[in-house]
Design a protein around this ligand. Structure first.
Ligand code: CA
Length: 225
């Protein structure tokens, strides 16, 4: 799941990004309101985490503007400011949750998963196809109830395909969803991941298969290969 992180403190941004990655998210990090604003326009995000005090503006203004433009993804505010007024203002501006610095990474991840689970969040928690169930909050894949261990990127790939099961997913959209802006994407990474994922699905006796649409993309469907 691709997450927009807006935090101008570089060390804190790195710490949060690392925590998000190990929890299975794909964070894109920006340090200014202007860059964050441009990123909102250019890529689909499943959620955003925003610092309030940014060098070129206020995180709350950014949220207000994005809400006015129709951005519906859940947004969480991070701030050192204490006090009820800021909380009320933040929630009125369209934030879904509020976290005061300093915080534990576990808490941030738990709150993020909670806002992603809320009714109205565009994402359901469990995705299923045939005998395969993907728990998007717990980051677990099961086939006939048995856990299938899977590296993070393969899991991301499976999630993207599963969300559009029965439809062809363009290769380009897989690349965009899988990699943050600062990750290097080699031209065959998607092919390599697809081939590993296929092997793993077969070995785990999943009743689903990834079909190749040459020159277009991939489709996950019920049934064998
Ligand atoms: Ca700041």
């Amino acid at each position: 799941m691709r997450i927009l992180l807006v935090e101008d403190n570089e060390r804190l941004a790195e710490f949060i990004a690392a925590g998000l990655k190990s929890a299975g998210f794909v964070p894109d990090v920006f340090g200014t309101a202007a860059d964050a604003s441009a990123a909102f326009e250019s890529a689909p995000y499943q959620a955003a985490i925003l610092d309030l005090g940014l060098p070129d503006g206020d995180g709350l203004e950014l949220i207000k503007t994005q809400r006015a433009r129709g951005t519906t993804c859940p947004m969480m505010v991070l701030t050192a400011r204490d006090g009820i007024n800021d909380r009320v203002t933040g929630l009125n501006a369209g934030a879904d949750d509020y976290l005061l610095k300093p915080f534990a990474m576990e808490e941030l991840v738990a709150r993020l998963r909670a806002i992603l689970r809320r009714p109205g969040a565009a994402l359901s928690v469990e995705l299923g196809l045939g005998n395969l169930v993907f728990d998007t909050a717990g980051r677990e894949v099961r086939v006939d109830g048995a856990l299938v261990p899977m590296p993070r990127r393969e899991m991301e790939m499976l999630e993207h395909l599963l969300r559009r099961a029965g439809k062809v997913v363009p290769k380009r959209s897989l690349e965009e969803g899988l990699y943050g802006f600062d990750d290097e994407v080699s031209s065959n990474s998607v092919e390599v991941l697809i081939s590993r994922l296929r092997k793993r699905l077969q070995q785990s006796k999943a009743g689903v298969a990834v079909h190749t649409w040459r020159g277009i993309g991939y489709m996950l469907a019920d049934g064998g290969p």
